[in-house]
Design a protein around this ligand. Sequence first.
Ligand code: PZK
Length: 290
Amino acid sequence: MRPPVTEASHVGSGKVRELYALDDERLLLVASDRISTFDVVLPTEIPDKGRVLTGLSGFWFARTRDLVPNHLIALREDGRSTECRRLEMLPIECVVRGYLSGSGWKDYVATGEVCGHALPDGLVESQQLPRPIFTPATKAQTGHDENIDRATAAELIGEERFDEVEAIALALYAFAADYAHERGIILADTKLELGLDDEGRLVLGDEAFTPDSSRFWRADGYAAGATPPSFDKQFVRDYCESLGWDKTYPGPELPDDVVAGTRARYVEAFERLTGIEFDAYLADPGVVLR
Ligand code: PZK
């Protein structure tokens, strides 16, 4: 992706995002339109996907700042770039699960527990948990993050910090999951990234409550006992499955109807959650912050 400003130096890449340094205190987080499925970034982009994710993150940052401060300084006019405060990121992924899916479901089937949380017998895939649980993970440089228990996470960040992080992550999830549920979307789980500012205070960073960092399911039609369709990526997954692709690099090009249908799902998620027309966001990204 073209560097956003000539003075900014590239400091990192995610699968679908780039990070640039603006100065000693500030970073620029740029969300591309790339999409990944089955852990592979596809050669075809979804127009405006990065803007949807950036707008959603901004929306949530503006509405959760009384729960925990966040790194957002400003949204750029391009709608896909976030100026943010530079933090010292914690070395764990802060995952909260309200439903039993993905690696949480796998761990439960294997051990009856997730990250040391003993769960009732007889739960089925995608079932709502008795209460949301904090299920931290390591940050893998390559491959998959590994779920870890309280003791392992506390070795990395300390016991006191662990308790603080767990309480904040659960409060953020409860807020966003309730908000989303009122708008017909189940927030099955979410991954948050917290860091410390220069005074050692916890600050929410990265992206928050986007379809790339969370599992979104449609509330109508939700049923436990199977894998609910992904709100955003289901057309892409179905198309990829129909090809018999082996899920190794490179992934397939997507046909126009799959691209259009997927873009529509991202825009629908944005509009349902924010109550703001996506065109209004494109005209002025600041609308999500008010
Ligand atoms: C930071 N990442 C992950 C995200 C990438 C990499 N506010 C911050 N301060 C310091 N570091 C980070 C952040 C944030 N957010 C985030 N790595 C470092 C990441 C997107 C693209 F290349």
